[in-house]
Design a protein around this ligand. Structure first.
Ligand SMILES: Cc1cc2nc3c(=O)[nH]c(=O)nc-3n(C[C@H](O)[C@H](O)[C@H](O)COP(=O)(O)O)c2cc1C
Length: 521
């Protein structure tokens, strides 16, 4: 035995390395799962290593400023700088090819809109509420005018960390924006005082019975107990995965998540593709009206747009009966998610401009567009994109990933792995400790405020007081030559109906105004 240990202790370090490599090579040759390492023992491993760090190498060193998707470096940089209240300008002029196909031009006025000294925006350059009141047309008992035209889109506690939700909610409070809960129910982290839109999907989380059906009793109680819930959004679909249900794995369901969602600890829960509470459009309208009647709140629907037949049916019912949703959130196919199969994310549902244009035209044809508050989501969290969306008929913008970036998301694109390095889209206690809630909520709030300020500046440059006044002729789309580029009304074949607007002061005086201007609880 002594001789053996003596022999071992005399082997030099580089012989140990050779022995180690020989063992790896032997293992590579014997294993059958990876053909590359079987055919190229040892060196084959470099391929897997390089492939795993490829995204980071491309993001940091290779990709140019405008190249990456979903958000390029300039877009991310603008959000980071705006959120930190840093210099978010660009030097030396644009680095975009502004002659490129599909490039958007905003037609500025010869003389911009003048903000007089006694104007609301002279005192508060961030004041930019929605021009319409949600639920006013249908005479809901508690109508709501969102105090901000930009707000947090549906993202649940579960897909985002507790600290991320906490930061977003406090950021919304600072900026007077509303916070949409996403499908995971209303958590204590949504309850810091901002306006909240309660959103639910087929899992009915937070408002479900034990066997997974919708509970009106729970919905009523939720609304009564939480007066900051200002509207309810029924999810039909989202752009990243329309018609696809979801699975919440048992291991993710701890005591807290189980209580908030109303499910059992540790037991996997399915969100089916279909609702159990209704299966036809007339039944859906009954369901919407029942919730509105029981809670007194405006009720809307969220959907990604594809075929229009069932929307036709909905508009017919609305026209003939005067019943139906108070708002419609149109999500674009380019929308984000915590996790979706690539074939769904890439191909199912229309991109935002096409989907929204089709839907708006349909509502216009039935003369229903004035009574609906249209909300748009799908990479619209930039003032220039928002100008285009408003000129097409949108009243409010919802942002999900842009809001995530304002609190530190670095677009690592690993939301589906629970390993989000910034702590935003993970349930890992360790990773989310990186989020300093007071700091990040300031940043989220500042992103919303900077967005509104710059959006107002663009609006004034075009000669308007409020973005609701944007017309389709204010925006042009490049089709290769100025003589061929066309106003949005020609491109998308409709003209936006003017939104009634009596000046910014009238919005400020509105009794239903939300945010920090709330006149009553
Ligand atoms: C992490 C994450 C979670 C989301 N969760 C939901 C959800 O629960 N319900 C829903 O309707 N949409 C959900 N979405 C979609 C967003 O609400 C939004 O519609 C979409 O991302 C487009 O907005 P954006 O381009 O500003 O990100 C989620 C998106 C992300 C990134």
């Amino acid at each position: 035995m002594d001789t053996f240990f003596n022999f071992i202790s005399h082997i030099t370090w580089w012989i140990w390395i050779i022995i180690g490599l020989a063992l790896v090579a032997l293992r590579d040759i014997i294993q059958r799962r990876h053909s590359i390492s079987h055919n190229y023992p040892i060196v084959g491993h470099f391929r897997y290593l390089l492939e795993s760090i490829g995204p980071e190498i491309r993001q940091y060193f290779v990709a140019n400023n405008r190249e990456e998707l979903p958000f390029n470096r300039i877009e991310r940089g603008w959000i980071y700088a705006s959120a930190k209240s840093e210099n978010n300008y660009e030097g030396f002029g644009t680095d975009r090819d502004i002659y490129a196909h599909q490039h958007i031009f905003i037609n500025n006025a010869m003389i911009p809109y003048k903000v007089e000294d006694d104007h609301v925006n002279a005192q508060d350059r961030y004041f930019l509420p929605c021009a319409k009141v949600i639920g006013a047309h249908n005479k809901r008992r508690r109508p709501f005018r969102p105090a901000s035209v930009i707000n947090v889109s549906a993202m649940s506690f579960g897909s985002l960390s507790a600290r991320a939700i906490d930061s977003l909610n406090k950021g919304c409070k600072i900026a007077g924006a509303y916070h949409n809960t996403g499908e995971g129910g209303l958590s204590p982290y949504h309850s810091n005082g901002s306006d909240v839109i309660f959103h639910f999907g087929t899992g009915y989380f937070g408002v479900r019975t034990e066997d997974g059906n919708f509970s009106m009793e729970k919905m009523k109680k939720l609304v009564e107990d939480n007066p900051f819930v200002r509207a309810i959004e029924l999810k039909l679909s989202q752009g990243a995965k329309p018609g696809k249900g979801g699975v919440l794995p048992g291991e993710k369901i701890n005591k807290e998540i189980a209580e908030i969602r109303g499910v059992e600890i540790g037991k996997t829960v399915l969100s089916p593709p279909n609702h159990k509470a209704f299966s036809t459009i007339p039944e859906m309208v009954d369901f919407i009206e029942a919730i509105a009647e029981e809670t007194g709140l405006p009720v809307g629907i969220k959907a990604a747009i594809g075929k229009l037949e069932q929307w036709e049916e909905l508009t017919d019912i609305m026209k003939n009966t005067g019943r139906g949703p108070d708002f419609i959130t149109v999500d674009g196919g380019e929308g984000g998610t915590g996790a979706a199969p690539p074939s769904f994310a890439d191909h199912v549902s229309l991109p935002w401009v096409y989907g929204f244009g089709d839907l708006y035209k349909l509502f216009q044809k039935k003369e229903l567009e004035k009574q609906i508050v249209f909300i748009g989501s799908g990479k619209l969290g930039f003032p220039g994109k928002a100008a285009m969306a408003f000129s097409m008929g949108v009243d409010i913008i919802n942002v999900a990933r842009e809001a995530m970036m304002s609190i530190g998301c670095i677009q690592a694109k690993v939301c589906h792995t629970n390993r989000c390095p910034s702590g935003v889209a993970t349930q890992s206690e360790w990773l989310q400790r990186g989020i300093d809630v007071p700091l990040k909520s300031e940043r989220a709030g500042q992103y919303f405020k900077t967005f509104r300020k710059e959006f107002l500046e663009i609006t004034h440059a075009v000669g308007h007081e409020h973005p609701c006044q944007f017309k389709m002729s204010d925006i042009e789309l490049n089709v290769h030559d100025h003589n061929l580029s066309s106003e949005l009304s020609l491109t998308y074949q409709y003209k936006k109906t003017p939104v009634p607007f009596n000046g910014m002061q009238s919005l400020k005086d509105c009794e239903y105004l939300g945010g920090n201007n709330r006149k009553h609880k």
